[in-house]
Write a protein that binds this ligand. Sequence first.
Ligand code: MG
Length: 269
Amino acid sequence: MSSCNHYIDNQQKSSEEVCSNNLNLKSLSLLRYFNLFLMKQTYKHIFWDLDRTLWDFEQNMRITLKDIFENHNLKKAIPSPDHFIDTFVEHNNKLWASYQRGAMKKEVLRFKRFEVTLKDYGIRDKVLAEVIGDEYINESPKKTALIPHSIEILDYLHSKYKLHIITNGFNEVQFTKLKLCGIEKYFDKVVTSEISGYHKPRSEAFGYTLASANAKKQESIMIGDDIEADIIGAQRFGINQVYFNPSGTPHNEKPTHEIDNLLDLKKIL
Ligand SMILES: [Mg+2]
């Protein structure tokens, strides 16, 4: 073979390789789009967490605690409403974790979180803690701040999928929130941990909720803001997940999808 032929032969080979690589890339992209299309079609049921995913827990809690601060004239002992809120949040997080582990009853949690908060400011008054505890449970669910774009995304998804709620909150509180902030109409099944008897991330909580919605695992996806309760829980149970992480909290998990804005769900669902 002359060196010229050899050159032509190599050139031909390399253009064939480029062509075949291009075809492979095209087939891969097509396959990927086809899979994405299929994935979109396989979901029939979307399971939503409520607090901090749709209902703006932080904002609603702050408004309620500021009202309580004013109503009970707490400024006599506490520097500011924000100081009171920060102390409450610290105690509430610890006590809520005990409640979720089953180590504390909800009747105790209701007032205990205020009893220890008040004690930090030298107020030792169990009766006041009980009054404030009841006021918080009665008033906070009436607050109606939602996470940005909640209504828009629920409107978009409602016509395409069956939507359900799976939440660890108290029964009377969660149903009031859904009703008063006007999103109750979007949901087919609402299952609280009180109804199922189990808290997320326990698989039993997901199992009960999927069974009551008559949903199969492969047709279901979970959306939530809590990496442990919503994402790891759903992963262990065997359903896909969307981690709603608006503040970009670092983590080592591998959720099926991760978003920082609810409108990003339009790209997935
Ligand atoms: Mg949540």
